[in-house]
Design a protein around this ligand. Structure first.
Ligand SMILES: C[S@@+](CC[C@H](N)C(=O)[O-])C[C@H]1O[C@@H](n2cnc3c(N)ncnc32)[C@H](O)[C@@H]1O
Length: 252
């Protein structure tokens, strides 16, 4: 069981995504718990102000430190000790390995920024880790929090019906996933690969591995530099490179 506490100024943002599909089922099964905490509830002034003008001037507003720190302090009063993550485009790039690592924690706090972000002193003294979901800027940390929540939740044992499915996913093994086909056998004149209908599991596994390597080579060759590859994989890759060089890969 992993407990997620999401700190946001926009709790309504999460209503739809949390009530559908995998996240909803995982909550029902008691495999994850998700609490949406409104930072505004931790203001003490009459107007519930959560942002203010930036010192030094400039465009945009900055999220005030006090409500966030009050919310975090209250969360820390109950065990287990939370791992506090601030979503920011300045954080380290979130990836599958990071999701797998976070799925082993007992409790995660996902702090969503808005406007120009949060007061730097909160980042410096209250945050354990900063994560970015990509090199672009979104309006708020809510979408990134959902991305992290989804990717981490599906790594938790029991969350996916079929445990195998995340093991084959792109990036889990360091390379891209193989192509998938389902019924009908012939769609718009194009047949599903014969080998997948053969029932010969060993050949199917080999075909899938070759396809996964081929598309990684084609679309994300950078992944191959770090992926754990067997000698057989390396031989296959050499073969695939030769096929590309001779134009033979278009037959696949
Ligand atoms: C408009 S952004 C602020 C961007 C900030 N001024 C900067 O350039 O680093 C508002 C909030 O959205 C969230 N955010 C935006 N893009 C993000 C990304 N790529 N990854 C994670 N969080 C992001 C962060 O929580 C951030 O505080």
């Amino acid at each position: 069981m992993v407990q997620f506490d999401i700190l946001t100024l926009f709790p309504g943002f999460f209503e739809g995504p949390l009530s559908e599909s995998m996240l909803s089922r995982a909550r029902e099964k008691g495999l994850i718990s998700i609490r949406i905490i409104n930072i505004r509830d931790f203001t003490t002034d009459r107007h519930h102000v959560t942002d203010d003008y930036p010192y030094g001037g400039g465009a945009g507003m900055v999220m005030k430190p006090e409500p966030i720190v009050r919310a975090l302090s209250e969360l820390k009063e109950t065990p287990p000790v939370p791992h506090i993550i601030y979503l920011t485009p300045q954080g380290s790039l979130f990836n599958q390995e990071c999701a797998r690592h976070l799925a082993q924690k007992e409790r995660l706090v996902l702090l969503c920024g808005h406007y120009e972000g949060i007061d730097e002193r909160v980042r410096l003294h209250y945050v354990d880790e900063e994560l970015s979901i990509g090199d672009y800027v979104l309006t708020g940390g809510e979408t990134p929090a959902l991305v992290v929540l989804d990717a981490v939740a599906r790594m938790i044992p029991g969350v996916l019906g079929n445990e195998e499915s995340f093991r084959n996913d792109s990036f889990y093994t360091g390379i891209l996933d193989y192509p998938h086909y389902t019924r009908p056998e012939v769609f718009e004149g194009e047949s599903a690969p014969e080998i997948l209908l053969s029932g010969h599991h060993k050949n199917i596994d080999e075909w899938r591995r070759r396809q996964a390597l081929a598309r990684t080579l084609k679309f994300r060759p950078d992944l191959l530099e770090k992926a754990p590859l067997s000698d057989k994989d390396r031989r296959l890759l050499e073969e695939l490179k030769r096929e590309i060089a001779s134009g033979d890969d278009r037959k696949e």
